[in-house]
Write a protein that binds this ligand. Structure first.
Ligand code: NAP
Ligand code: HSE
Ligand code: NA
Length: 427
């Protein structure tokens, strides 16, 4: 075995940074065998030096980026701080200085993937980010390598662990939304600001990254329609169950003849669909490719050690590339410039829960508003309520979203419609 030593620095010692340090230490002997080199974590950057960092020797901790960027021994920078600034500046500086970069930062890749990707290409450096999408699940590398012999037409999946955990707990044990979010945060699944999880932004970033690689055309977070889970009520979950569905937050990207569709929103999934049984912090991603047909990837999408697993996999890959002098071999894959469609030009089925006046003729009136906007009803259930208000639960046939929105606008002006209580797309 060679006596080559590869030095790395980790930026951040939070949930993922700490897990990555521990895993590199625990795997140290195996890494030597797998790469032919000894990996040494020489520095760990933090904000607050006085915080205790279980297992990380004090002498390698620093709160100064200069200690890392000016250290010529360090050849791999592992960015696990999160956010755009200063993460982006550090990643760009590292690439410019000839370092290889591993990151778990989906915000950075989804918003500035082109800039950092170009910087890596220019430097002939590795920029690896397997942990940024679906945690431990290998999906970036399969999209860039194993499945690249395909024309990929669709990606769909559960790609946020926090919201899947919350929806699972609300569905299975009737846990309250706030309590479930607090637990997900305690378990290390949630982002520093969990708004990104519950509003669908985190999943939006992940679907943008996957769509860019799969469709070979840059899709940024700004292109993604996002809708989170904050409006999902216990009643929605109960009615979904009655109809034989569960509610999941899904990311969907399609490469169609007239453009890319890319969106994140809650969806009613039939109980017998494989995604219906992906629970807690597990994620799952379906990919459809012309040659391979369907493939599904499933595993832990969040949490300390599952995420560290993906980061360390990337670090090991970079070490191998350094040993074989082949860094920068697989760069940015975006060579097309495809249009991204507006959500209103895409088609969906809808679950619609309306509180309406409990009197004769209202159901016919609702049906005619839907019909006039080109929305067909597939299923309808009427529940008589209290105080002269009844509840109508409708599942529509597939419809152009702009037509569905037209019907909703008419309902808002109808005195018989007291409240549009729930609108959720259906698989
Ligand atoms: N948690 C997960 O399950 C998961 C899964 C996949 C990907 N990710 C991604 O991994 C990254 C890290 O997530 P995390 O959950 O580990 O976050 P975290 O627990 O909040 O840790 C962030 C770490 O970065 C350090 N840091 C932040 N800003 C800094 C700055 N300006 N200078 C120096 N250090 C700074 C913090 O230092 P202090 O400790 O001193 O404050 C902290 O140690 C994010 O991009 C996240 O999206 C997370
Ligand atoms: N907050 C993210 C972490 C993994 O990217 C999630 O819950 O999925
Ligand atoms: Na991954």
């Amino acid at each position: 075995m060679s006596d080559k030593v590869i030095y790395a620095a980790i930026l951040g010692a939070g949930t993922v940074g700490l897990g990555t340090y521990k895993l590199c230490e625990a795997m140290s002997d195996e890494i030597k065998h797998k790469t032919g080199a000894t990996l040494v974590i020489k520095k760990v950057l933090v904000r607050n030096l006085s915080k205790k960092r279980e297992g990380i020797p004090d002498e390698i901790l620093t709160d100064k980026w200069e200690d890392i960027i000016n250290d010529k021994d360090i050849s791999i920078v592992v960015e696990l701080m999160g956010g755009i600034h200063p993460a982006k500046d550090y990643v760009l500086e590292a690439l410019k200085a000839g370092r290889q970069v591993v990151t778990a930062n989906k915000d950075l890749i989804a918003e500035y993937g082109e800039e950092v990707g170009n910087a890596a290409n220019k430097a002939g450096a590795d920029l690896q980010f397997e942990a940024a999408v679906a945690g431990a699940i290998p999906i970036i590398r399969p999209l860039k390598q194993s499945m690249t012999g395909n024309h990929i037409t669709e990606i769909m999946g559960i790609v946020n662990g926090t919201t899947n955990y919350i929806l699972t707990k609300m569905t299975e044990s009737g846990m309250d939304y706030k309590e479930a979010l607090a637990k997900a945060t305690e378990l290390g699944y949630a982002e520093a600001d969990p708004t990104a999880d519950v509003e669908g932004y985190d999943a939006g970033r992940k679907i943008a990254i996957m769509a860019s690689i799969a469709f070979n055309s840059r899709v940024t977070f700004a292109d993604v329609y996002t809708e989170g889970i904050t409006k999902i009520s216990a009643d929605d979950i109960k009615y979904a169950k009655e109809f034989g569905y569960v509610i999941k937050l899904l990311g969907v990207a399609k490469n169609t003849e007239d453009g890319i569709e890319v969106k994140v929103h809650p969806m009613l999934i039939p109980n017998n669909h494989p995604l219906a049984n992906v629970n807690d912090a597990f994620n799952a991603v379906f990919v459809h490719g012309k040659a391979m047909d369907d493939a599904m990837f499933m595993g832990r999408g969040a949490g300390q050690m599952p995420t560290a697993s993906a980061v360390v996999g990337d670090i090991i890959d970079v070490c191998r590339n350094i040993v074989h002098d082949s860094c920068g071999r697989i760069g940015c894959c975006c060579y097309k410039n495809l249009e991204v469609k507006d959500i209103t030009d895409t088609k969906s089925k809808f679950f619609l829960r309306l509180e309406v006046a409990d009197k004769q003729g209202v159901l016919a009136n609702i049906a005619s508003v839907l019909g006039n906007s080109g929305v067909s009803i597939a299923q309808v259930v009427q529940k008589s309520g209290k105080d002269g208000v009844a509840e109508l639960v409708i599942i529509t046939a597939e419809v152009l979203e702009k037509n569905f929105n037209d019907a909703m606008a008419v309902f808002k002006g109808l005195s018989a419609v007291k409240n549009i209580a729930g609108v959720i797309r259906v698989y």
